[in-house]
Design a protein around this ligand. Sequence first.
Ligand SMILES: Cc1cc2nc3c(=O)[nH]c(=O)nc-3n(C[C@H](O)[C@H](O)[C@H](O)COP(=O)(O)OP(=O)(O)OC[C@H]3O[C@@H](n4cnc5c(N)ncnc54)[C@H](O)[C@@H]3O)c2cc1C
Length: 385
Amino acid sequence: MDFELTKEQSMFRDMAKEFGLREVLPSTRERDREERFPHEIMKKMAAQGLMGIKIPREYGGLGLDWLTFGLVMEQISYFDFSVGLSFLTQTTLQAMPILTHGDDRQKEKYVPAIVKGEKAGCHAAVEPNAGSDATAIETRAVRDGEQWIINGNKTWITNATLADFAIVLVQTDKEKGTKGITTFIIDRDTPGFSTVKIKNKLGIRSTDTGQLFFRDCRIPDSNRLGQVGMGMRVALGAIEHTRFGIAISAVGVLQACIDACVKYCQERSQFGKPIGNFQLIQERIAEMVVDCEAGRGLAYRLAYLKDKGVPHSRETAITKYFCTEAAVRAARTAVELHGAYGYTDDFPVERYYRDMISPLIFGGTSNIQKLTIGSFATGIKAFAS
Ligand SMILES: Cc1cc2nc3c(=O)[nH]c(=O)nc-3n(C[C@H](O)[C@H](O)[C@H](O)COP(=O)(O)OP(=O)(O)OC[C@H]3O[C@@H](n4cnc5c(N)ncnc54)[C@H](O)[C@@H]3O)c2cc1C
């Protein structure tokens, strides 16, 4: 593994850093307070070509590698994890499953529009009674000639209320268990499809999260994404890419925690000297630095494995688990080191803390990552997948 970035990778990293500073940072606090989605920022990211980093050139993208994508994610999330996450899902949860499992018509219809920022989607697996156990989903599709009739509810779906289309996991044959789940693309204007926003989230408040409702939604069979019964395969591929993006974004926030603390500890004086002089403070910063370097190493290695095209489910679980847990540790430390001032949004560290709880849950909870890691270590499956 080569630890040196190519000129192109460095260029994208620096471009994303500059973009974050100029376009993301100025509105971060207000968007968080107002729970406002970063529409304008998404459009500008598309205009700079960032939405197309991992998309093949024939669909309007740049056809670049996962490490370049990850470097951009890391930099954008350094400024605002909400923006990073909204950007991430466009590629990993929307474009990627269509590119991997879609037919030519589906690829032409959705992917170039995602790259240009003209269309956004959402990917809906989770339901009120089916979270970690996605196989328990109750939304069902019944075949009627060349059409399917879909009924059910999805919840906790990123981009739910702004999505132009939804990629939805449904039961097509309950008897067949995981082999009875199929994926469909359902356009926003389909009669019977509606959404409701989930408000007052703890963190990532400028992301859009909501519920989807399907009441006798009739869609043609040509909206099926992949083969009947292969829905879990579509979902698992998308979720692996997303776990990588979540992990490397968490590294960005971890770095932001360090930078905020180093600055504050040099400026804030108690007992007659800057608090950075105290060894207990330096210990906390040292712990954050070690976590950050370890997380970054894991995330870049994962990008390398993805780019090589070798199996990496084990490494994905390890990286997502480590980076997200390390980021929440760092965010808690950052609030503590800022004392009372860390407890208001005058400083960004309280947002880091609120935001960093969410990746312990989505993309598979920390427990689910540990079960995956444990299953690889022992050879014993602790849960159905
Ligand atoms: C902000 C946000 C955005 C999201 N975006 C999306 C999205 O775009 N698309 C989508 O489909 N979903 C999305 N989700 C849903 C997310 O994937 C689920 O919340 C997550 O998978 C956990 O499911 P659950 O909340 O039902 O918790 P549950 O599965 O009910 O888990 C509750 C607790 O039990 C633990 N647990 C469950 N099973 C086991 C087990 N076998 N062993 C040990 N512990 C276990 C969990 O780790 C957790 O601590 C999002 C969630 C959030 C918060």
